[in-house]
Design a protein around this ligand. Sequence first.
Ligand code: ADP
Ligand code: GLC
Length: 482
Amino acid sequence: MNVLQVSAEIFPLLKTGGLADIAGALPAALQSVGCQVRVVLPGFPAILADLADSWILAELTAPWGERLQVRQGRLRTLNLDAYIIDLPHLYARAGSPYEDAWRQPYADNHRRFALLSWVAAQLAHGLDPHWQPQVVHSHDWHAGLTSAYMAFMPHSSLRVATVFTIHNLAYQGVFSPACFYELGLPHEAFAVNGVEFYGQVSFMKAGLYYADHITTVSPTYAREIQTPQQGCGFDGLLRTRSRALSGILNAVDDAVWNPATDHHLTSPYDVQDMTGKALCKAALQQELGLTVQADAPLFGVVSRLTDQKGLHLVLGALDAILARGGQLVLLGTGEAHLEALFKARAAQHSHAVSVRIGYDEAYAHRIFSATDVTLVPSQFEPCGLTQMYGLKYGSLPLVHRVGGLADTVVDCSLENMAEGRANGFVFDDFNLQALERAMARAFALYARKSEWKKVRAFGMRQDLGWQSAARLYAALYQHLYA
Ligand code: ADP
Ligand code: GLC
């Protein structure tokens, strides 16, 4: 089965969030279950720089008249065949792939990402005479137009199935109707049964409407997005498509996230010998100027600082954490007001709270290794990866019971403990009281060292690898293509 994956990001070349981790891990996972995978990506500088042995596969004219090249080659770091859209005018910009230095979306984002889908559709339609995808698998709104373009291509005898994965329904790729006429889609596509969304164009909707099958990144989120509360305006459409919608839980790339082999850690460790974790904790406390204290429960947050992530609850609970002798370390970047609030708290309590604003992959690994608890109190969470990284690194996740967090974390209630299923702390109501109760359970368990260690070891031993998800995707492709 030949599969073309379409995404805007790919770890480790370009990452702003979990999408990149998944786009980076999925090709190898699919290859291990017998798929042939290639990727198509925008020619962002970091991606072009990694492309080896490349040549120009095609020179094309975008729907709005701009000339571009499609380069074919191999991504060195990932050892992966790739098609890259080479158009520096659109992609060679420093900083975030989506926003300018003032955090404003680029005014030509509709072109920059329509082009990704448009080129994917050309590849589906035979652009490469030596390789024909049988399935085109697009991710998130950036690649949402792929199946729309494919739906309107001249009919050919080739059958190519389309899969669209929602990583986050809240980001919908909405543009003014004026943009529609640059996209090269026929007039009839601008309709309720098409890409139109409340009078505007939504790239996300294109994926939801035109793809043969929609997946999202956890079974619970697949159900939640069919409700008005979590459907972000798409719940009606998703309900009508419910038979073509499924949840496949994300997984963890063990080559990147494994405390025994992680080169970012000064003292690697595994579940048999946790000495290294204690050393990682002491080293981080020391480095950050926190009180170096082995038995102070250390809470960690590695997150985009947005409302989605529920971090105002962490701010609210901070006094309770400190009063009980806990410490907090946070790494994140995002909304200015959250950055300022966290920095202010760190300044007040520099021996117990450390806040680093920025994006730092290596430091994120060190936080999971050093902390006892990983906090993920998200208001909504399609899957969430950091709670799984926490599990692998022996940092028990404390989460709100939504989306993929509900599918991966089992609360340390007495009955779950007795059944040997507990791996973290879960709260139901999205409010400070509920979070503080879960935190109280975390402190209580932390005080019972042997039980804490048992739960931690269970979490570390859990199979969070890609095998099961890769098989589910492969079975889906087979089903669609058959
Ligand atoms: P989302 O994709 O919604 O941001 P996920 O939990 O799925 O949430 O994935 C977040 C990914 O981004 C994880 O790999 C996490 O470690 C990483 N990450 C988030 N913020 C930072 C940061 N400031 N520095 C380094 N890595 C970060
Ligand atoms: C999105 C979601 C997150 C998910 C990630 C990878 O960014 O917010 O929950 O884990 O995509 O699928």
